[in-house]
Design a binder for this molecule. Sequence first.
Ligand SMILES: O=C(O)CCC(=O)C(=O)O
Ligand SMILES: [Fe+2]
Length: 371
Amino acid sequence: MSAAAAQSATHATHAALTHEWSVPVIDIAALTSERHAGRAEVVAALSAAVLSDGIFAVVGHGIQEDVMQRALAASKAALQIRGSADTEGWAELQPPPQALGPANFVPAYAENLGRYNGQGANAAPESVQKFTVYPPSWDSDPLVRKSRRNSWPDTAAGAALRGALETYFGEVQRVSEVLHGGLSEAVGRPRQFISDMLNPHTEGLLRSNCYLPGHPHMAAHKDLGTTTLLLVDAPGLEFQPHSREEWIAAAAPKGALIVNIGEFFEIWTRGAWRATPHRVTGVSDQGRCSLAFFSNQGIYYPEDGSPVNRTIQPLAASDDGEAWSGLECSLGREARQSIEWPAFFQEAVARIRSKGAAEESSAARPNAAGA
Ligand SMILES: O=C(O)CCC(=O)C(=O)O
Ligand SMILES: [Fe+2]
């Protein structure tokens, strides 16, 4: 499909909705079931969105409103009581000093995206508590490394959190696969292409982010993976459009999932699809909660040995025959000629950890801060 046809498909999708939003809104019902017509138009609309700013909202995804609301409410209830009466269960989940370790709870101010996204040791602390859910099927899979299985806080709020997030995980995993099917077709490949390419790392990681009132909340960054599917309960997310300095509030209809492209897809498409810089700012006194689903970042880690690595070549050169000299990756700064998945992901996490550690120790030295 030509770029012009793709563009008009996006406009058609827009026109079907009653409001204007700051990101394209795409009804993906035709991707979720053969009962709905218009699959080609949806694929064209997805293609136009990933080729422009790499951020869009999806409706017609089939996740029930009450499933989404329960997951948000349980996250907010569980994560906001941390630090008051109900602390015992969370204490066991406390991660090692460097966040992003195997433990799945990260308290507010522990992880700081500003530190390793250009702001260094002077980056302001970030007031967001995070809880990561590994694929629930791993909990009873003896082949998966124990440290990659979920541990849940042993409290009433923890039990509610588990029920709500496991249900939501199943649904958002389904939507993620549906979208990857549409995106495979957007590059002229069979529906299963992206899934097969990443197999056995076919599942995602789900993260509850609960922002406490305070400032700032999450510094500007790009996500690492293929797509991130985001459900939010309040405004605050901003994105940077392609080739412009400004920040735009990501406004989408209630019940929509906001999808942004990560660095993996930017490199895989040789920069044709945009990994979208985004940040969270301006959280009100009510706080804010989001559920971020990072597609294909559930790295299948066996109890013995390392995860299977997939070496993935970027898609074929564009018609204009422009030479491919690799693409700068924002976290690594190096040009990438191919991607090894999951090594790509693990290297990035290791780099984040070591950068965090270096910043910690320089900040701890007398007079180091602000020097
Ligand atoms: O909370 C949000 O709206 C964004 C979260 C996010 O960007 C992330 O977890 O990577
Ligand atoms: Fe993000």
